[in-house]
Design a protein around this ligand. Structure first.
Ligand code: AMP
Length: 142
């Protein structure tokens, strides 16, 4: 299964925040959109960072005034991305070994979606369920 299959079911919405916005605004966006990560971008579609709930907690742990910190100061700058034609399994492996749960998807440099580790697990579960159904049908008498 390809990442494109997940995107076609889930949609291509990516919520972004600018690096000069405050953590206060980023937290509001996370809550408003009910997501765990925001891609950091200026006007273009090209990500320059990613900020997740974990970064917010880290910032709060080290600074009583974390609400007024800029997104650009706590985001992860080296964003690892995947492409729509990538295999769901290998993307899931990358997320697991590198210990993060969000992966922006880029198609020829343009942002076309974001998937979470939950999306990967759901897709794999559905794939295995389909496989079990097929095998059951094959071994069923008659
Ligand atoms: P998460 O598990 O996604 O909440 O992220 C854990 C840490 O990894 C945070 O510091 C994130 O900023 C960072 N992170 C999340 N997704 C990515 C990604 N695709 N590329 C690089 N770093 C990431």
């Amino acid at each position: 299964m390809k990442i494109a299959n997940i995107l076609s079911a889930k949609g291509m919405n990516v919520f972004t925040v600018a690096p000069n916005q405050l953590l206060r605004e980023a937290i509001h966006l996370l809550v408003q959109h009910n997501v765990g990560a925001l891609v950091v971008a200026e006007k273009s579609d090209k990500p320059i960072g990613i900020i997740t709930e974990r970064d917010v907690v880290r910032a709060a742990a080290g600074n009583e005034n974390f609400f007024a910190v800029r997104v650009g100061d706590v985001m992860t700058k080296d964003v690892i991305t995947a492409a729509p034609e990538d295999d769901v399994k290998s993307v899931g492996q990358t997320m697991t070994t590198r210990r993060f749960r969000h992966m922006p998807i880029l198609d020829r440099g343009k942002m076309v979606g974001i998937i979470s580790i939950g999306d990967v697990l759901k897709a794999q579960l559905e794939e295995y369920e389909g496989l079990i159904e097929t095998l059951n049908a094959q071994i069923a008498p008659g």
